[in-house]
Design a protein around this ligand. Structure first.
Ligand SMILES: Nc1nc2c(c(=O)[nH]1)N[C@H]1C(S)=C(S)[C@@H](COP(=O)(O)O)O[C@H]1N2
Ligand SMILES: [Mo]
Length: 406
């Protein structure tokens, strides 16, 4: 019989640390044996996520948050949704990380180390709302393909970094620049090195905004790996797909960026409304830019029960892409009448705004509380589903929670 190679003590203790318990008969495990507990990766542990979150897909990892988990004013990592188009990179070394600026409309090609970015340019911190273009997709009919996000694909964390503008200007921008496109290191699902998982971008005007960051910190710490460590583009108020994670190259383009997921139905909607299910010609599709006005009731959790005569304090957040939210109203009679909520100013431009209200219920029974935000140009959230589109983007219908008064 072959001599059995037993698991090394160091491996054993790292297994135990991952499992979170001593492996009692660990000394009997032989080399190469992987405990069952480690065979199915636990995404909640791996990414430090709240266990109530919903895993929509494990290849690539897509994990949705829930309204009541988004109650914090600044979203902590534990409640932030995860959206990946490709494979999460491993073994990242921030010390050797570089960012290259290139493209037809860059005056030169220039590469910066992370240290150079940090030491050469001023640091800025902003709270930025990032919502997946497909948030709310689950409600569209006929159904749209893709992750069936309900309401939880949005977050507003505090991001610290340097302005993309400062870095682009340091490299030099030619007069004919119209767009930027990001490139990142996450592999395409096929692992084909010639394919990118995603490479999107935005017009120069958005790229040059004060709040558009190349971020290296989230909520005061290194960005968690799953959210783009060590360097992430953050463009608040626009579909989150513009906010490239693990960014190592930004191209200044003399045309609309044509990277992966810039064409077809990806992050594009019919320029004019179409009937549900209708086929739309490619030239009639427009790239999503600023996200529409929306709100989320984060307290209480839907299904809460209260006693008759008890007032209910509700609260949540509202955001409106590039715009500010002008007001938030609530209804307890399915939208027949509305009352106004208290609404706070944003911490900075492109940060979500907090609202609250004290709700009185006239008698015992079942109620729904609906919230409706209106942006600074007077556009309000629709009570019912907004315009159907092939990939189910931009569902900003009113959020609602159920309440029972006993
Ligand atoms: N490199 C890279 N960046 C990316 C993606 C990706 O797959 N790869 N997904 C985009 C999409 S579609 C969304 S919704 C957001 C999700 O950000 P989060 O996972 O930090 O919540 O990241 C964007 N940036
Ligand atoms: Mo997204």
């Amino acid at each position: 019989m072959k001599r059995r190679d037993f698991v090394k003590k160091t491996t054993l203790s790292s297994f135990a640390a991952l499992i979170g318990a001593e492996i009692v008969f660990g000394s009997k495990m032989y080399e190469g044996y992987k405990p069952l507990a480690l065979q199915d990766p636990d995404p909640f542990k791996m990414f430090n996520k709240n266990k109530e979150m919903i895993v929509l897909n494990d290849r690539p990892w897509n994990i949705e948050s829930l309204a009541h988990l988004l109650d914090d004013k600044i979203t902590p990592n534990s409640s932030m949704f995860v959206r990946n188009n490709g494979l999460v990179p491993e073994d990242i070394d921030a010390k050797t990380w570089t960012l290259t600026i290139d493209g037809e409309s860059a005056k030169q090609k220039k590469t910066y180390t992370l240290e150079e970015l940090k030491s050469k340019f001023e640091h800025h911190t902003y709270q930025l709302t990032i919502e997946c273009g497909g948030n709310g997709r689950a409600e569209f009919d006929p159904p749209a393909k893709g992750n069936q996000w309900k309401v939880g694909a949005v977050h507003c964390a505090s991001w610290t970094g340097v302005r993309l503008k400062d870095v682009l200007e340091d490299t030099g921008i030619k007069n004919d620049a119209v767009y930027i496109g990001f490139h990142a290191i996450d592999q395409h699902l096929s692992k084909d090195p010639n394919k990118e998982a995603i490479s999107r971008g935005c017009p120069m005007a958005k790229a040059l905004q004060e709040e558009t960051l190349l971020a290296f910190k989230m909520n005061g710490n290194d960005i968690p790996l799953i959210h783009g460590y060590p360097l992430r583009l953050v463009a608040g108020g626009w579909p989150a797909s513009v906010s490239g994670k693990w960014v190592n190259r930004i191209s200044i383009r003399n045309k609309v960026h044509d990277g992966a997921k810039m064409n077809g139905t990806a992050y594009r909607v019919p320029c004019e409304p179409v009937a549900p299910g209708e086929k739309v010609k490619d030239e009639d599709m427009c790239i999503i830019e600023s996200m529409p006005v929306k709100s989320l009731i984060t307290y209480p959790k839907s299904g809460a029960m209260i006693k008759k005569g008890q007032k209910l304090n509700i609260r949540g957040h509202a955001w409106a892409g590039e715009l500010e939210v002008a007001k938030v109203d609530y209804s307890i009679d399915f939208g027949a009448t509305w009352k106004s909520c208290n609404l706070e100013s944003p911490a900075n431009r492109l940060a979500w705004q907090h609202f609250s209200a004290t709700v009185d219920f006239p008698q015992k029974g079942y109620y729904e509380v609906w919230a409706k935000a209106t942006d600074s140009q007077g556009k309000a959230q629709p009570m019912v589903l907004p315009g159907w589109n092939p990939k189910g983007y931009l569902n900003n219908a009113c959020h609602r929670i159920a309440i029972k008064v006993n």
